[in-house]
Ligand binder design. Structure first.
Ligand SMILES: [Zn+2]
Length: 292
């Protein structure tokens, strides 16, 4: 197969993608079917491809067209199996591999013979529910045989968290989401906070702006032995992610006044960083579609 004469020759047998399937997963399943390595399968469409994983996050329209021809599907459907269309500001919220899963969908996929299928949403580090069936996502590391995962200390914030998840979803689809980008709100929430000197409940190393918005967040992260989440490392286990998503919803509803109050809880370089993200939000207010 080569693409010199108008692109790759389409495969004779095409496996049905499972709902929300990640492109690399679909290609890998075809590779298994045809008895070649996943990269070899990808190179039928893109001979110079170096990594299967990169196509999930950095696929351009030309390469999407080549893959689409190989699999006899529309290029737009290929792009929808990736996170390539997300704004660059959201790149750090996408994991390089599956970090969570939906048990119900995994079971369904197994029943259809797609045991190894990976859904795109399983790499999306802001999700707490499955976009296919609506059920709660579970961390891969908790994916034992137990049907229900551990409860989060933030279960009481579930409704707010669902609102935060929706806001991010809408923003990533390019819809206007109000006065500020939820991705920017995530960045603000993960700026380091300087707790008041008399507050010794939590180490200063673990203090985040989110801890000022959602009581108990910093303590919980410290107790569970996680490093403090940062703008560069924003993906949390699902149980803690509930707090982050709820924080987005709270700030979104409270508006810019809360941002000004929170800024006073930062110092030095963290203050500057907070102010810079906040200033970007002011600009975005006059242009709601701007997400960076
Ligand atoms: Zn599901």
């Amino acid at each position: 197969m080569n693409r010199e004469l108008g692109g790759p020759k389409p495969l004779p047998v095409i496996l049905e993608p499972v709902p929300d399937e990640l492109l690399s997963s679909w290609i890998a399943r075809h590779a298994g079917f045809y008895g070649v390595s996943p990269l070899t399968m990808l190179r039928h469409a893109i001979p110079e491809a170096k990594s299967l994983r990169l196509i999930d996050t950095k696929l351009g329209p030309t390469d999407a067209g080549h893959i689409a021809r190989l699999f006899r599907i529309q290029p737009s459907a290929i792009l929808e199996m990736t996170t390539s269309g997300f704004p660059s500001s959201a790149a750090r919220l996408v994991a390089p591999c599956a970090i969570q899963c939906c048990f119900a969908c995994a079971e369904q996929n197994r029943g259809q013979g797609a045991t190894t299928a990976v859904q795109r949403s399983w790499t999306e580090g802001w999700r707490i529910t499955c976009p296919v069936c609506g059920l709660r996502q579970r961390d891969i590391r908790d994916a034992t045989s137990a049907p229900i995962g551990p409860l989060s200390p933030f279960e009481g914030l579930w409704k707010d968290a669902l609102h935060g998840e929706r806001l991010i979803d809408h923003a990533l689809r390019g819809s206007a989401v109000g006065w500020a980008s939820p991705i920017d709100i995530v960045r603000l929430l993960l700026v380091r906070r300087c707790p008041k000197p008399f507050n010794h409940e939590v180490s200063i190393d673990h203090s985040t702006i989110l801890g000022a918005v959602v009581q108990g967040f910093d303590e919980c992260v410290a107790q569970q032995g996680f490093p403090r989440p940062t703008i560069a490392r924003p993906i949390l286990p699902v149980g803690l992610r509930i707090a982050l998503l709820a924080g987005i919803s709270i700030i979104h509803q409270e508006g810019p006044k809360l941002i000004s109050e929170l800024q006073n809880q930062t110092l030095g370089a963290h203050y500057t960083r907070f102010a810079s993200i906040g200033a970007g939000m002011s600009l975005a207010r006059s242009s709601p579609l701007q997400l960076n």
